[in-house]
Design a protein around this ligand. Structure first.
Ligand code: ADP
Length: 568
């Protein structure tokens, strides 16, 4: 909470002014019933009409003054809380971008999204409501009680009892309601997730004729959401009737007790009217205070979740460079485990010279992407050395390391923007560079054929392109900044053999000196590589050139024969 409170500090002067204005409004509101009592008890019996108008006029002025002050202070509170939430959200987003992959895995992307949206909203609500009601409500309750105790202690005791009962009743109801609302929110998250999965995989759902199963899955989630919402609604439905009942009960008690006091001549009737005004004022403020506590507890819980991300320690330090372990790129006995249970990459060793091509082959789950992730330092190896540009990756700054790479991952996203922006990708590249990259990536022919060429707009996730066209745009994006090392992770899986071959030849021709790492299931895409790694269960089972592996690695030979027939 300390970190979050720090966001309020720059706004302290505005908060102080807002609080003072609120304070003034509360004083004015507290004085109104006193004037009313004065009119009824002093002016009316004395038939002092000018006195009535004077006091009435003053009441009107004070009521306008209180309304004006409340509106002004509420606006100031809204500005302050909006400003600080904007800054908080910006910092949280920036911190999220700098989280290591291991930290992102730990928090999970959906949780990060809800911290950025839901939790920042809760913190916003908490600060907004505290500024609006944090001074006003306690002042009205305490000030009102003090004034009524001064006038009629027995009635004030009735009031205190009813107020306490109201506060605890509402507090209990909302405390019980919040967890139910949290569960209802989680149920809505599930509905949205299923909807997103179906929207993303709509073709598969249709192709495999799973509509029935998906409809049932959605119906079940939808039912769970309705039930959770009903459970929360049932609890919260008690809040308003309960507070109305207590308010009315209190009014009856005050009138009864007040009538007895008037009867015995210990109180004037104007004082009873003033008392009833105080009663309503205090009761409303008590309700506000109970709701404020709820906002506060929700806000504090959210603030903690936000702080977890903001204060997540930098877990990938830049270390002092050791001795250069080898040429351009490679690993020496590198091992890594995602969950710390079994090794997902075990004792990997290989090295590559500048300008050479590395091929990586292996079944799904054999550790190909993990190998790339260690080169990019998305994760730190648990043991062994990983190096890039003849330096240990842990000795390079994040910008220096990532700036050397152009990467095409599987299932990477395209933006709902122009073809140019999708290739330039916020790097402000020239149209010439973008065009050249598109030519090398074998994407230019279809881009040229689009009605608006480079300025043609893509649908969300590039849905108006074929799989192969999307892949070529992603390759163009990776090539456009002229990286020293290009990684293609199954980037040609949706390309036909001819296009894939043309792509590899064009990369070699147009990007002289580029070091290439190609992950592919196709032997044809790897056969010209200077070194090919064959991965099995996280272990490099064999490595060498195409010719060498045909001789030494049975698995490679079988794959080559299967895919290329007699052309090996
Ligand atoms: P490939 O790219 O060869 O298909 P990966 O390198 O993606 O394989 O995965 C290697 C192994 O690591 C698999 O067993 C996979 O389940 C596991 N793995 C991959 N990513 C994660 C992750 N973020 N958390 C836990 N395990 C993972």
């Amino acid at each position: 909470m300390k970190t979050i409170l720090g966001y309020l500090r720059p706004h302290a002067p505005r908060v102080a002014v807002g609080v003072t204005v609120k304070f003034t409004a509360a004083v004015l509101e507290l004085l109104l019933p006193l004037l009313l009592a004065h009119i009824i008890d002093d002016c009316v019996p004395a038939r002092d009409l000018p006195g009535v108008f004077r006091a009435g006029g003053l009441m009107l002025l004070m009521a306008f003054g209180a309304a004006f002050c409340n509106i002004t202070a509420n606006r100031m509170a809204a500005w302050v809380s909006m400003d600080m939430t904007r800054q908080l959200r910006r910092d949280l987003y920036q911190r999220t971008l700098l989280l290591s992959q291991a930290q992102l895995d730990r928090f999970s992307v959906s949780s990060i999204v809800s911290r950025l949206t839901n939790d920042t909203y809760n913190v916003h609500q908490m600060f907004d409501k505290i500024q609006r009601g944090g001074i006003r409500a306690p002042m009205l309750v305490l000030g009102g009680l003090a004034l009524t105790f001064f006038q009629a202690p027995p009635l004030a005791l009735v009031q205190l009892g009813v107020c306490s009962a109201t506060f605890f009743a509402i507090w209990l109801v909302t405390r019980r309601g919040i967890p139910r609302y949290t569960r209802a929110q989680e149920a809505v998250d599930t509905v949205v997730r299923i909807l997103q999965e179906n929207a993303a995989g709509v073709r598969v759902v249709k192709a495999l004729v799973c509509q029935g199963r998906e409809r049932d899955r959605f119906a079940a989630a939808s039912r769970a959401s309705k039930e959770a919402e009903e459970a929360a609604g049932c609890v919260m439905a008690a809040a308003n009737p309960l507070s109305d009942f207590l308010l009315n009960l209190g009014l009856v008690l005050v009138v009864l007790a007040g009538a007895a006091l008037v009867d015995r001549g210990r109180m004037a009737s104007g004082q009873i009217v003033a008392f009833l005004s105080y009663f309503t004022l205090i009761q409303t403020a008590t309700l506000g205070l109970a709701k404020l506590f709820v906002k506060y507890s929700k806000g504090v819980a959210s603030a903690r979740r936000i702080e977890e991300v903001l204060l997540a320690p930098e877990d990938q330090q830049v270390r002092v460079p050791g001795e250069a372990p080898g040429p351009e790129l490679g690993m020496e006995n590198a091992s890594f485990s995602y969950l710390g249970v079994e090794k997902d990459l075990d004792g990997a060793s290989f090295s590559l010279n500048k300008g050479e091509t590395l091929g990586v082959l292996g079944p799904t789950g054999s550790g190909k992407t993990t190998l790339i992730s260690l080169l990019l330092r998305l994760y730190d190896a648990d043991s062994g050395v990983v190096w890039v540009g003849s330096r240990d990756v842990s000795a390079l700054s994040r910008e220096d390391l990532r700036g050397r790479f152009g990467v095409v991952f599987q299932n990477e996203a395209l933006l709902n923007d122009s073809v140019y922006e999708n290739i330039s990708f916020l790097r402000g590249l020239s149209r010439e560079d973008v065009t050249a990259a598109a030519r090398t990536a074998q994407a230019w022919a279809f881009i040229e054929a689009l009605p608006e060429g480079l300025d043609a707009r893509l649908d969300i996730r590039g849905a108006n392109l074929s799989g192969g066209q999307r892949q070529r745009l992603l390759i163009a994006r990776a090539l456009a900044a002229r990286p020293g090392i290009l990684i293609l992770d199954s980037a040609d899986s949706a390309l036909d053999y001819r296009t894939a071959a043309a792509l590899h030849a064009a990369v070699r021709r147009d990007c002289p000196g580029v070091t290439l790492v190609v992950i592919s299931e196709r032997v044809a895409s790897l056969r010209d590589a200077d070194r090919i790694l064959v991965l099995e269960d996280g272990v490099i089972a064999a490595q060498g050139t195409h010719g060498e592996l045909l001789e030494t690695c049975g698995r490679y030979r079988r794959m080559a024969e299967l895919q290329m027939g007699g052309l090996t």
